[in-house]
Write a protein that binds this ligand. Structure first.
Ligand code: ZN
Length: 67
């Protein structure tokens, strides 16, 4: 089960009644087509910005110090 980010309800990802949408490489499932429409109107409101991609904080400078 996954969480519909619009209404926070659980959705079966194999049979999502509202279908799915892809956003920033993630697939998001919806309990209802209305939730998907709401999501698509303002996806950033429902998905944290680049979820996970910034972590762990990769900073090339941390490999340039003394060993
Ligand atoms: Zn929903």
């Amino acid at each position: 089960m996954v969480i519909d980010p619009v209404c926070k309800k659980e959705v079966d990802e194999k049979a999502a009644p509202g279908g799915k949408a892809r956003f920033w490489g993630k697939v998001i499932y919806f309990c209802d087509k209305k939730c998907r429409a709401t999501f698509q109107r303002d996806p950033q409101k429902y998905v944290p910005e680049k979820d996970g991609e910034k972590e762990p904080g990769y900073d090339p400078r941390m490999f340039l110090g003394d060993m």
